[in-house]
Design a protein around this ligand. Structure first.
Ligand code: ADP
Ligand code: ZN
Length: 584
């Protein structure tokens, strides 16, 4: 549409007047109301903070908190909304439609006006980028004073919470650390499956330290105009610095900092690189002790560009894993607070039946249950509602019988992990197995047995053999317990590790008498002909160690059974618990 300049000006004028008056109308009608996101509203409801709602069929609803503040938020306009409110003991006032109409019309006028003006302004194409910029500038800043999230809002994740708690003091009293020349940790990377509370933890850190929280998501930067991502990052840091101390949170950092493979990165885009570089520059630009903490989250630490993980960048990495049964119970408890839960609800039992559920899924489960109870106008949320919600939450996921939910899988994983742990413990007193779990982690397939070999500068041949046998322990346990035909794919990464270690041992470190001192890397690099003897020899060695590993496990079958049994019960064991079993 081509408009003559005069007409355009006139249009702008007319619309401006309409706009001003509609804004006036709109503001007037909702003057003292603070607009809050619907989600926050739900949280308020759950926490029992809402006193009263003025219900109508307009797009927005208004209400009052118990502390007297008025707010406005989206109207879900669902049939059972009223019941839902009543269930939470909220006063519901039905509002007459006349006032509503005026407000509705002015609101529509306002929107239409904005739309047309935006269109006119944007008929000039170079302005498009500017618009994008303002859109993106609306970052998610939590008001520091209201609705503060603390570590009490995070259940489970104890290790992650512990490491973060140390930082509170860094942020609060940077001067104290300045005096000693200590440098504030700059970047903290939280990694783990979606919905495990990474964002929540970051918010809690800001909440505990009582500083503002700035959040952006890496995925916001994927399709932006050239150079915009970088300036956006600079702006974010500028704003954070101006506010003094703060927590900056970058969600989905993997979409910014994907590993660059080869010269022409397939994963990262040029724009992504520019944005990432801006981020790294900003991070190294810190003098150090301003009390600003940059946090990032990812579900996929393995795909991250190493540049991000170097010292002075996101050099602190904290795993945020799926909750085990105890943590699940704690999370369920947290999200049942302020919900009218019936006495017959056994949260412990629900925790047992929700293996592999993330915190977000558990929250979702309790929320669905509340919705179902509200719909039925039942006084309390009962086990029946929760059972129903369970299936709603699992919609679209592989259907499994609930009580026997992958019990077979659990058992296999338990024995597999017990195998690793037991071999580690039996081969050397110095081997530490800090944690064994049947909850999958980002690093392992089924679960993990974190095994920290004793600190030393060199690895001996014995150390390498020990590690090979620990790696083989999982498969060996599977074979002993379930038989040769029932071994699983769960050992694939173990076998990869074992093969790598064996090959280095004999091909690089000259630790096998038969192969001798020859280094096969050199030979391969010199394009000399190689025979397959190295592979043959590795196979022989692996088989020998595998037999030995099985021997160890068979001799200690009693411990294997009790570790696996305990794992089935508790889902994760710490070192002391393993030691206890071994001492029995
Ligand atoms: P992530 O950032 O890891 O994807 P979030 O922090 O966004 O996960 O979690 C989403 C929601 O799930 C949270 O707002 C909270 O309601 C719930 N949740 C997740 N983990 C926990 C937890 N450990 N304790 C309590 N609630 C949790
Ligand atoms: Zn394994």
């Amino acid at each position: 549409m081509k408009l003559d300049r005069k007409v355009k000006l006139l249009l702008v004028l007319v619309i401006s007047i309409a706009l001003t008056s509609s804004i006036y109308l709109y503001i007037n009608s909702s003057k003292q109301y603070e607009e809050i996101p619907y989600k926050l509203f739900l949280t308020h409801v759950e926490k029992g903070l809402v006193d009263e709602i003025e219900l109508s069929d307009r797009a927005k609803i208004t209400g009052k908190l118990k502390n007297g503040e008025s707010f406005i938020t989206d109207n879900p306009r669902t049939e059972d909304f009223k019941e839902f409110l009543l269930l939470y003991n909220i006063n519901v006032k039905e509002v007459d439609k006349s006032g509503v109409l005026g407000q509705g019309i002015s609101f529509i006028l306002l929107l239409a006006g904005i739309g047309v003006v935006a269109y006119l302004v944007n008929s000039n194409n170079s302005k498009q980028a500017e618009k994008e910029m303002t859109n993106m500038s609306k970052m998610d800043t939590e008001s520091p004073l209201s609705n503060r999230i603390t570590f009490n809002d995070v259940a489970g994740n104890e290790e992650a919470k512990e490491s973060l708690k140390e930082l509170i003091d860094f942020i609060k009293n940077p001067d104290k650390y300045n005096k000693y020349g200590a440098r504030l940790p700059r970047g903290i990377l939280l990694y783990g499956p979606p919905g495990t509370g990474k964002t929540l933890l970051a918010k809690a850190l800001a909440g505990e330290a009582k500083v503002p929280f700035y959040a952006v998501s890496g995925s916001d930067f994927i399709q932006v105009y050239a150079g915009l991502g970088a300036s956006r990052i600079r702006e974010l840091f500028k704003e954070a610095k101006e506010s003094g101390k703060s927590v900056i949170f970058i969600d989905e950092i993997d979409s910014l900092g994907k590993k660059r493979k080869g010269a022409n990165a397939q994963g990262g885009s040029e724009e992504g690189d520019r944005t990432l570089n801006a981020l790294l520059t900003e991070m190294s630009g810190f003098k150090g002790n301003e009390g600003i903490i940059v946090m990032a989250a990812t579900n996929r630490i393995d795909t991250l560009d190493e540049a991000l993980l170097r010292p002075g960048r996101f050099d602190r990495q904290i795993e945020v894993g799926l909750p085990d049964v105890n943590a699940r119970e704690a999370i369920l408890k947290l999200h049942s607070k302020n919900k009218p839960i019936s006495k017959n609800v056994d949260l412990k039992q629900i925790a047992l039946e929700t293996i592999y559920f993330s915190g977000a899924k558990l929250e979702n489960l309790m929320n669905e249950s509340a919705m179902i109870a509200a719909k039925k106008r039942d006084k309390y949320i009962t086990m029946e509602h929760i059972n129903k919600a369970y299936f709603t939450v699992l919609v679209g996921e592989e259907k499994k019988d609930r009580s026997s939910i992958s019990l077979e899988d659990k058992k296999i994983t338990a024995y597999h992990e017990a195998g690793h742990a037991l071999v580690a413990k039996k081969l050397s007193k110095l081997n530490r197995v800090t944690k064994v779990s049947i909850i999958p982690s980002t690093k392992g397939m089924g679960g993990f047995s974190l095994n920290i070999p004793p600190d030393k500068m060199y690895q001996t041949k014995r150390d390498i053999i020990t590690n090979i046998m620990i790696a083989l322990g999982g498969r060996a346990a599977e074979e002993i317990i379930f038989g040769k035909d029932n071994i699983t794919t769960g050992a694939s990464s173990d076998l990869q590790k074992a093969t790598e270690m064996t090959l280095s041992m004999i091909g690089s470190y000259g630790m096998d008498e038969e192969v001798g001192l020859i280094n096969y890397d050199v030979i391969l690099n010199s394009n000399l002909e190689t025979d397959i003897s190295l592979m043959e020899r590795s196979k022989e060695i692996l088989e020998k160690f595998y037999t030995e590993t099985k021997e160890i496990l068979k001799e200690n079958r009693k411990y294997l059974d009790s570790i696996a049994g305990k794992l089935l019960d508790k889902e994760s064991l710490i070192e002391e618990e393993i030691n206890e079993i071994l001492a029995s």
